[in-house]
Write a protein that binds this ligand. Structure first.
Ligand code: FA5
Length: 331
């Protein structure tokens, strides 16, 4: 009997001292488990004299029952505290500001290209796409460059093989269009061009051009000037001035350079956007077009110069540097 009281008192102490449900579980195993000390005591009943057995058994069961109740109460109390603690740790503050996912946006050059496509479409030109890796034939030969002509030096490019180059000018669409379609027509393209260039603020090794040409009956410099005047108004505003000065390109005759100026843009300085002229008769003849009946104009402009003018950007290298601080300014 004494041993029961002793064990019950020990177990009670241990239960009161336990500070977590996990340690309570250990106490339970230690006293009431399969080989717990109270359970072992129960097994000793058989060795007692018969008259003591019922009294001892009853006392043991009562002690066990008290301990079980105490354990249950203590477990419940500790569990409540532990839950509260867990909730506290996992608590979500729904009033905290969220993290916005990063969203992409169109690149300023893409925005510009899309505007150009709208404007050129509005002027009756059809978009034509051709490869950036181009045959030498279309980049130069078809454009009336005599073999080894020094004009090719102005457009030194990257050769992939003897007859494949990274195109130096979007004018390379001309030969492809002439092979595919019969005049009258108006085609244009917008795309990436490459030159082996001493890179500076206004010259990249990789840049973009708009190139357009139309062939029809009676086309003259007046049509060219009217078209480039309308293009400048649409891209820069109605108040821009346009300027044409004689220039040489093997594929036009006469040839001009085309510049624009406005007091609002680039301190009113003249900025050259590109070259233009009437399609050289040699090219028309090469593709079997009757030059008595048909003539055409062509122009090629730097795309990158347009946002440079419109946003006062003084270095075109920003466009391809992928610096978000620069790119995110253009919605
Ligand atoms: C040409 O590329 C001719 N194909 C244009 C042309 C087409 C003339 C049809 C006549 C008829 P040019 O090399 O000047 O011409 O280049 C045209 C424009 O592209 C330049 O005025 C400039 O705006 C832009 N450009 C040329 N090289 C670079 C470069 N390295 N970096 C950025 N823009 C350039």
């Amino acid at each position: 009997m004494e041993s029961i009281r002793q064990l019950e008192s020990e177990a009670t102490q241990a239960i009161k001292a336990a500070d977590s449900t996990a340690s309570l579980r250990e106490v339970e195993l230690q006293f009431l488990g399969k080989s717990g000390s109270l359970t072992l005591l129960m097994r000793q009943i058989g060795q007692l004299p018969p008259e003591e057995k019922p009294v001892f058994g009853a006392a043991l069961n009562e002690a066990r029952k008290r301990l079980e109740d105490l354990l249950a109460a203590r477990t419940a109390a500790l569990k409540g505290g532990e839950r509260a603690q867990q909730f506290g740790a996992e608590r979500i503050d729904v009033t905290m500001p969220g993290t916005l996912p990063r969203t992409g946006r169109e690149h300023i050059l893409q925005i510009t290209a899309n505007r150009v496509k709208k404007v050129m479409g509005g002027l009756g030109f059809v978009y034509y796409e051709s490869p950036e890796l181009e045959y030498f034939k279309y980049n130069f030969d078809a454009l009336n460059y005599p073999p080894d002509h020094p004009a090719m030096d102005a457009q030194d490019t990257f050769y992939v093989s003897d007859d494949l180059v990274l195109r130096t000018q979007c004018t390379a669409i001309q030969g492809r269009v002439f092979e595919e379609f019969k005049p009258p027509f108006r085609y244009f393209t917008v795309g990436r061009t490459f030159r082996n260039e001493a890179v500076d603020r206004t010259h990249g090794h990789t840049f973009h051009q708009i190139d357009a040409f139309m062939v029809d009956e009676g086309i003259s410099m007046a049509h060219l000037k009217g078209t480039l005047r309308a293009f400048a108004s649409a891209m820069f505003g109605g108040d821009v001035k346009v300027r044409f000065r004689p220039d040489f390109f093997p594929f036009v005759e006469p040839g001009v350079d085309y510049a624009i100026s406005s007091p609002r843009l680039f301190n009113g300085k003249w900025v050259e956007l590109g070259g233009a002229g009437l399609v050289h008769p040699n090219i028309l003849e090469r593709y079997g077009i009757d030059t008595e009946k048909y003539s055409g104009f062509a122009f090629g402009l730097g795309l990158d110069r347009i946002p440079m003018m419109n946003h006062g950007i003084d270095d075109l290298r920003y466009f391809l540097e992928n610096d978000l601080r620069f790119l995110e300014q253009f919605a």
